[in-house]
Design a protein around this ligand. Sequence first.
Ligand code: GLN
Length: 201
Amino acid sequence: MTTPVVGVLALQGDVREHLIALASADALARPVRRPEELAEVDGLVIPGGESTTISKLATLFGVMEPLRARVRGGMPVYGTCAGMIMLADKILDPRSGQETVGGIDMIVRRNAFGRQNESFEAAVDVKGVEGAPVEGVFIRAPWVESVGAQAEVLAEHEGHIVAVRQGNALATSFHPELTGDHRVHALFVEMARGNPRAGSL
Ligand code: GLN
């Protein structure tokens, strides 16, 4: 069994936590800032943080276009929170200059669950993750208003879509990297390994 190399887009956000979660899910994890580094990974995590900042830095570092090309080309990619926003084909309320990588036919509303002080935790049942529900940490989290025909809803919280997959792209509103439970990362590492079981959700 090969060990996939999984990068974490390391421009802003909770990069370290993802590197740790990926390593404990049996990936070779490494930070990615530049196009040359992106070219060397089998899959990529876009972390939580601030999506406008990540978007602007990705353009500044020259990594936005190469990233779009790799996602279009089928590279497995997983976005949490701000990373989910980055994977949306459309965001409802972009800030000026805010662009996305795209990859999932979904419309995302930023900060939909409220402000920083309205952050919360909730048990979330995620399709494809076996066993007990995942502990979802929501921090100024987005939700998904709607998905297109190609996208599959993996989880909802109080009637709002909070996890989606479309082919090679996975996105959650919440932050599994902030808990000790690395089952969502394990699912993504299987996608990066090219495991057909991970593709049959
Ligand atoms: N609200 C943030 C944004 O718009 C996302 C918050 C997070 O990633 N925890 O980017």
